[in-house]
Design a protein around this ligand. Structure first.
Ligand SMILES: [Fe+2]
Length: 223
């Protein structure tokens, strides 16, 4: 299977997100990860590449990750995936929504996609493994991890999720987060491990204390 990742940035005056178009090269079928804000840009890229959109993969239900899901699903007829837990906990709904459970694999063309449940930033956050690429939403950034406060967030669950990712993600796998603070998306996991202090903690209590520390700056200084 040959997979290509097209990286797009989508902005509003207050936030900047990464949107990924991941194509199964042979079949020209593709998925979109967390499409938001700039619909014409996303549609133009799909038209240029001549691909058919089969799925929208939502990492979690926060507005800056789901904004275009409903309208793109109505326009294209594609399926929208989110975890069952996330849908139930936040009462999320949109056109063609199909819930996923942990590890419930599916195909886009000949490309296998594996959803991995990683709660912590939200109750039912998912990462999606597609070929040698991992799409991590707001669970894992190259420089850190997602916030662990707000409804359904839990630093203890985040610690467990990051530990689990360290166990199962190969060093060569490329990491594509929902936001970036510096380094460009697509860094290999073995390099992320060098950059990211949140992956260093061995003890849960110390991780929680650090993640929940007071006076954190530049939380939304997205590049
Ligand atoms: Fe989020």
């Amino acid at each position: 299977m040959q997979v290509s990742v097209h990286i797009m940035t989508a902005s509003t005056p207050i936030t900047k997100n990464y949107v990924y178009l991941v194509a199964d090269e042979k079949s020209k079928k593709a998925v979109l990860v967390d499409p938001v804000w700039e619909k014409s840009m996303v549609v133009e890229v799909m038209e240029e590449k001549g691909i058919t959109l089969t799925h929208i993969l939502l990492t979690h239900s926060h507005p800056d990750h789901v904004f275009l899901a409903d309208s793109l699903a109505r326009d294209t007829g594609c399926i929208v995936h989110m975890s069952q837990i996330e849908i139930d906990y936040y009462n999320f709904n949109c056109h063609n929504l199909v819930p996923l459970n942990n590890n419930e694999q599916f195909f886009c063309g000949n490309t296998l996609i594996t959803p991995i449940l990683t709660p912590g930033h939200t109750k039912g956050s998912l990462c999606y493994m597609i070929g040698n690429n991992l799409f991590t939403g707001d669970t894992l950034f190259i420089e850190g991890c997602g916030l662990c406060w707000g409804k359904g967030a839990d630093p203890e669950e985040m610690f467990e999720s990051l530990q689990m990712l360290k166990q199962i993600i190969p060093g060569q796998m490329k990491i594509y987060p929902g936001h970036r603070f510096g380094v460009k998306p697509g860094l290999q996991f073995e390099n992320v491990l060098q950059y990211n202090i949140y992956l260093d903690f061995k003890k849960k209590e110390e991780f929680i204390k650090y993640r929940m520390r007071k006076n954190q700056h530049l939380l939304f200084a997205f590049k």
